[in-house]
Each structure stands twice: as structure tokens, then as C-alpha cells.
Design a protein around this ligand. Sequence first.
Ligand code: SAM
Length: 237
Amino acid sequence: MPAKSGRREKHRKLLKVKLKIKKKAKESSGVTRLVRKYWVQRYNLFSRFDEGIELDEEGWYSVTPESIAVRHAKRVEDGLVVDCFTGCGGNAIQFAAMGNHVIAIDIDPFKVALAYNNAVVYGVEDYIEFIVGDFFQLAPSLKGDVVFLSPPWGGPSYIQSQKFTLDMLKPKDGWSLFQAAQSITPNIIMFLPRNVDINQVAELSWLSSPPLDVEIEENYVGENAKAITAYFGDATN
Ligand SMILES: C[S@@+](CC[C@H](N)C(=O)[O-])C[C@H]1O[C@@H](n2cnc3c(N)ncnc32)[C@H](O)[C@@H]1O
């Protein structure tokens, strides 16, 4: 190969490597920025964070803060809880720690692996059955005393909407979600954004005949409003 074209080839290869590194750095700085925002809250998310808790990027912004997960868990005693959107396990762990058995479902196998790891940190893995699957497909074959719904809110940008309506939930709207849950039990706990349309949430109780009891609470961590929880049927106080 002539010296000139050899140099050109070398330069082209170097440029390719540089571009790859740049792309990687850009990706990882994105993750770091997002994680940095939530890192200061890590002990609010898991008080035993330092003992080996692991989260992926979505987990950082979507896990239920521990004090709120404990509130949810206190509504069920010695029961079988179906946690339909388990994520990294924030809720499943607290339901299990309260003495319940938990069926923990997530469509993402990596999330299930993280939830298992985190359940081991809390010593509750034996009380949880981990399932990789689509809740909507599994619902007709499930049994439980309480269904816990913590569906994706569509990423951190949910808060930019003045009012969060039930059609904005993922992967299906809130009505379809509630109906799938009702095929298991009318005792439902639903964890929703703090800007959710409360009237729409209360009206879900009318999907049952007679209408279900419903109770809605605002959830805070310290002074900060974080979310809304709706309790239906026997999950109400
Ligand atoms: C808001 S996160 C749950 C957070 C969880 N409560 C916690 O504290 O860690 C929602 C989860 O729903 C899962 N998901 C999305 N679509 C699903 C489906 N059709 N069936 C089961 N899980 C699904 C996502 O992978 C994500 O992990």
C-alpha cells in the first residue's frame, strides 16, 4: 500500500474510534446527569441503599420512595399481593417485609433481576415470586387478595402537564388497566402522579357494580408532594 493511502486509512480508523468514544461519553454523561439528580435522594428510595441496592436509569426516577411503599404495604396483612409493574422492587420488597406473599411481575427481565437483587438486600426474596411477563396477558390467570398498580407515567416529563389524565398512563390507559386489575380482585391500590385528574380516578370505582369504596391520599416525602395513591374496595381504611 502506498504510504499516503496507508496514512489516510489509519486516520479514517482513528476518526471512527474517536467518534465511538464521543458517542459513549455523551450517553454516559446523560445517565450520570439524570442519576445525579436522584442520587441525593437514594436513602429516601431505599434506606438500605449502601448494602447493595442496584437500579437502572428508569429505576432511579420511577421507584416508589420507601416511606410511601411502607404506607402501601400497611394496607395488607398476611395476604397475597399481585404487584403488576414491579420495576426495581420498591413496593414488592415492602409488601413482603410486612409479611405478605407477593407475585412480582415486570415485562423487562433486567428489572426483574434488579428487583431480585434488591429483595435479597432486604432478606425478603423467599416471599416473592418473580415473573417476567406482560401484566395484561397474565391478568386473567392470576389470583390475589390485593392488586398493586404502579404503571409507567411516561418518564420524568409527566409533571409538565397541567393535568395528568388517565389516557396518559403507559402501556395502556387507566381504565383498561383498572379493568384488568378487577379481573383479579376489586381490592386495588393505584400509585399515580401528583398532578393526576382526581375526578377521573374517583370515577374508576363506577366501573364496578355496585361502585367500589374509594379513598385517595396525597403522598409526601418530607415537605415534598410526590404522588397520589388511590385505594379501592377492601384496600380502603
Ligand atoms: C413505575 S415502574 C414501577 C416501579 C416500582 N413500583 C418500584 O417501586 O420499583 C413501572 C414498571 O412497569 C414495567 N412495565 C411496563 N409495561 C409493562 C407490562 N405490560 N407488564 C408488566 N410490566 C410492565 C416497566 O418495565 C417498569 O419497570
